[in-house]
Design a protein around this ligand. Structure first.
Ligand SMILES: [Zn+2]
Length: 59
């Protein structure tokens, strides 16, 4: 049961992914907002995507 591999890259599973742009969110709410926005506008809302995991890593 030992996990030899660093699972950091796999940990995205516990986040919610916007199927439209592929960004991950901690909040299901945010992910749904992003998905709705992406579908409607065919682009990303900076206010929403700024809270994506991918963008949180960048200081
Ligand atoms: Zn999105």
């Amino acid at each position: 049961m030992n996990q030899l591999h660093d699972n950091n890259n796999e940990s995205n599973k516990k986040f919610y992914q916007c199927p439209e742009c592929g960004l991950h969110y901690k909040d299901k709410d945010q992910a749904e907002k992003c998905e709705a926005w992406c579908k409607e506008h065919k682009s990303c809302n900076v206010e929403i995507t700024s809270s994506a995991i991918e963008n949180k890593k960048i200081k």
